[in-house]
Design a protein around this ligand. Sequence first.
Ligand SMILES: Nc1nc2c(ncn2[C@@H]2O[C@@H]3COP(=O)(O)O[C@H]4[C@@H](O)[C@H](n5cnc6c(=O)[nH]c(N)nc65)O[C@@H]4COP(=O)(O)O[C@H]3[C@H]2O)c(=O)[nH]1
Length: 904
Amino acid sequence: MNPFFILRPRPLKMTTYLMAIAFLFAVLFIVLLSGYSYLDNRKTVVVEIRKNAHHNQRMVEAVLEQRLKTLDTALKNASQIVAKHYSASTPVASHQAITNSLMAFYERDPGGALDLLCLKLNDGAMIDVTSPFFASPQLQHTLTTNPSALAYCPGTGTVLLQQQEKITALSSGRIIGTIYAATVVNDNLELLQELEQRITAEAITLQWNNQPILGHGRNAINQSQIEGEFIPEGFPRQAGEFFYIDNRLTINNQTSDLLATQKLSGDLLTQLNESLRQGILSVFFATLISAGGVIIIFRYLTQRSLNTVLQMTEAAFRNTEPARYKPTLVSEFNILGHSIVDLDHQRKESEKQLLLSSSVFDNAVEGIVITNLDGIIEQVNPACEAMSGYRLKELIGENPRIFRSDHHNSAFYQQMWQSLIEEGRWEGEVWNRRKNGEVYPLNVSISRCTNSAGIPSHYVAIFHDISEIKRSEEKLQHQAYHDALTNLPNRKLFHDRLSVAVAHARQHKTKLAVIYLDIDNFKYINDSLGHHYGDKLLQQISERLLSCTRQEDTTARLGGDEFIILMPEIEDPHDITVLCRRILKQLELPHALSGRDYTVNVSMGVTVFPDDADTPEDLIKNADIAMYRAKEAGKNGYQLFTAAMQQTIMQRIELEARLSDALCRNEFVLFYQPQVDLESEHVIGAEALIRWQKPDGQLVYPDEFIPIAEECGLITQIDHWVLKAACRQANKWREQSGRNFKMSVNLSSEQFAKDQELVQRVKNVLNKTGLPAECLTLEVTENAVMSDTESAIAIMTQLTALGVSIAIDDFGTGYSSLSYVKNFPARYLKIDRSFVKDIPGDSDDMAIAASIISLGRNLNMEVIAEGVEEQTQIDFLKQHRCQQVQGYFYGKPCAAEFFSQQFF
Ligand SMILES: Nc1nc2c(ncn2[C@@H]2O[C@@H]3COP(=O)(O)O[C@H]4[C@@H](O)[C@H](n5cnc6c(=O)[nH]c(N)nc65)O[C@@H]4COP(=O)(O)O[C@H]3[C@H]2O)c(=O)[nH]1
C-alpha cells in the first residue's frame, strides 16, 4: 500500500464538506458567543459584586459610626456623672468617688461599647476604669493623644474606635477634664457579629495596615486566599468560588486606614456560568439544528439541481438532439448546466464535423494520404487505394516513396521537400506508379497540418488522377492543331511549323517552299454528290498529298478545298516543281466516289523563302496569289510566285479601297438594257447593270469590280444601292408610261447566300420606292442557287411570296440538276450569252439553247435569251419559241435618260 495513500485527499460529498464547514462555523460561533457572553456576564457579576461590596461597606461604616455614637452617648452620660462630683460645695471632687462612679458606669456599660474608659482631669490626674483585659499604657496613650475616631495603637497593634468629651463642672461651668472612651475593634466578636448580621458577604475582615484585626468564623477570610497580585481597592478578586474585595472605610466622612475585606459568594458567578453553559448548549444545538436544516435545504436544492444537470448530461450523451437545460433555483448549477449545454453543442458540432470529415475522407473522389512529419503513412482513404492499387494495410507505415515512378529525378523531390519545409505546402503534377506498374499522372496538393497547439504534426496529400484529363488535353491539343476531317495539321499548326522553319532557314541560310493548293471545281463534286462524298474526296486527296510529300514536309488543310504544303530545307529548287507535278499526277488518278470515278485537278501556287518573302504571313499570301494566278491561267497547274503577281495584288488592294470610297461618293451609276418580248418585239422591261463612273469620267464595268466587291464584303451595300436605285427608276417609268414596267436586278451570289435580311430588305425597298412587287425580277446565278439548293429554294419561295419574280441567270453554265430545277420557284430561265453568241454557227450551243427553252416550257418557266446580237439568233430563238430576248441587237445597256428617250 502506498504510504502516501492516507495523505492523499479523498473525494468527499459536497454536503460532507458543507457539514464540516457548518460545524466548524457553529463551534467558532459558539466559542465567540460564549467568550463574549462570559466576558459580558463576568463584567455584570463584577459590577454586582462591587455593588454588594459597596453596600456592605456602607453597612460596616454605619455600624462603626453607630458605635461611635454609642460611645459618644456613653461619654455624655459619664461626663454628667463626673460633673456631679463637682458641686459648689465640693469644688474639688474626690478622685476615688469619681473613679467609683465611672467604674460603676463602665461596668454597667449601657451601650455595650465601652472597652476603654478613662478620665484625664485638668489637675493632671488620670482616672482609668478600663478593665484590666484592655488596660494598657499604650492604648491609654493612644486614646488620650489621638483625636481621630479611629486610632491605631502601634505598640499593641490595636485599632480603637474612640470618642472623647470635655467635662464641664455643673457648679462653676469650668472645664475640669476630658473623658475618653473607646471600643477595641480587634477581635471584637460582638462587633463582628453585628457586622456579619448587617452585611450580605460571607465574611468580613477588617485590616489595618494589611494586618487583619477583626474577622473569624466559618467563612473567615484566609489570608492566603486573598494574597496575590495587587488589585486596587474596590475591585473584586476571585479565588476559588469566592470573590474578595477591599474597601477603605470612611468614618464620619473621614477616610480611614481601616480596610474592610469582604468575602463574597461566587454563587452568582456559578449561576451565570450555569446559565451560560445552558445558553451555549442551546445555541450549540440551535446552531446544529439550523445548520442541519440549512444543509438539508441546501442538499435538497443542490441534489435537485445536480439531478437536473446529471439527467440533462445523460440525455445529451444519449440523444443526438441538442441538449436542453431547464434552469433550477441554484444559479451555480444553472451556469454549470448552461456550460454543459454549450459544451454539448460544441461536442455535437465537432462530432458532426468529424463525421462529415470522415465521410468526406471516405467518399472523396480525390485520393488522400496522411503522413507524420517523417513521411510515414498513417492513413489513406479508399480513393487512394483505388487509384494506387495498394490496400490500406500495405500502405500504413510505409513511405510515400512506394508510389514513386522513374518519371521525376531526385531534384524534383528535393524541391518538393524544400517547399514543404519552408512554405508548408506544395502543389504540382506528379507521375506515380500503380501497384500493377502503370505510371499515371496526378495533380497533387500537399499541406503541412498543425495540431490544436499549433505545432506541425502531419502532412496531408490530396491528389486526383489526371490521366483522363491528360488524354483529353492531348486530344484537344491535337484537335486544336489538326483538321478534324483529314487529320492533317490545320492552319494554326502549319503557321507554327512555318514560323519555326523560317527561323531555321534564316539561321542556316537555307531555302524553303510553300505550296498553296486549291481543288478545281471541287464545288461541283460537293454540290452534285453531296457533302458526304465531298468529305470523302478531301480525305482521299489528303492521303495522296501525304504520299507525294517527304517525311519532313508538312501538308496541312486550310479549310474547304484548300491545302498548303511546307517544304523545309530545299537544296534544289527543282524539287518543288517535281513535287508539284507529282501531285498533279497523283490527283489526276481516278477517285472512286459513289460508284463512279472522278478526276481531280488542282491549282497550286508556289513561293520560296527567302527569294519571294521572309515572313510566314507573306509566304502564305504569296503562295495564295500564285495559286490564283494558276487558276486564272486555266487551272490544273502550278505557278511560281513572281513580283508581278504581287503588283497585281497591290492594284487589287487599291481597287478595294477605292470601291469603298466610290460607294460613299456616289460614283456608281445604273445602265439599263432593254428586255424584249420576242413575239411582239416590244420592250417590256430592262435589266439594271451597274457601272462605276470614276471622277475622271472613265466607266469601269462590273466584271472588274463586282468580284472584288464580293471578296471584300462591299457587295451587300452595292447590291442594296442598285436595288433601291433600279426600283425607284422602274417606278418612275411605270408612272410615266402608265403601264407596268419590269425591272430586273442582279443579286450577287454572296448576297443571295449570306444576306439573312435579303427578303426584308427587298420588302422595305419596294415599300419605300412604291414599285409593285410583280414589276421586280431578281436575277440569281445558277451557281449561287446550286451552292446551297435547300436554302436557295427557301429564300426564293419567300421572295416569290412577296410577288417578286426570280430569274435563274447564266443558266447552262452551272451544274444544275434537273431534279432541283423543277423545284425552283423561279419564273425565268436566262440562257447564258455564251450559248447564244455562236448561234447559228455552233450546233452544240444551238442544241443547248433549244434544250433550255424546251426545259423552261416544260417547267412552266419563261426563257430569256441573253447576248442577242444577230437577226439569225432572233430567228432561231423565235423558231424555238423563246419568250424574251436581251442583247445589243435591241439595245446596249445605257443611261436612264437615253433609255427613256429610246424606249418610251
Ligand atoms: N457582248 C455582248 N454583251 C452583251 C450583250 N447583251 C448584253 N451584254 C452584256 O452581258 C451582261 C449581262 O449581264 P449578266 O449576265 O447579268 O452579267 C452581269 C452581272 O452578272 C454582273 N452585274 C452587272 N451589274 C450588276 C449589278 O448591279 N449587280 C451585280 N451583283 N452584278 C451585276 O456583271 C455582269 C456583266 O455585266 P455587264 O458588263 O454589264 O455585261 C452585261 C451586258 O452588257 C450582247 O449582245 N453582246
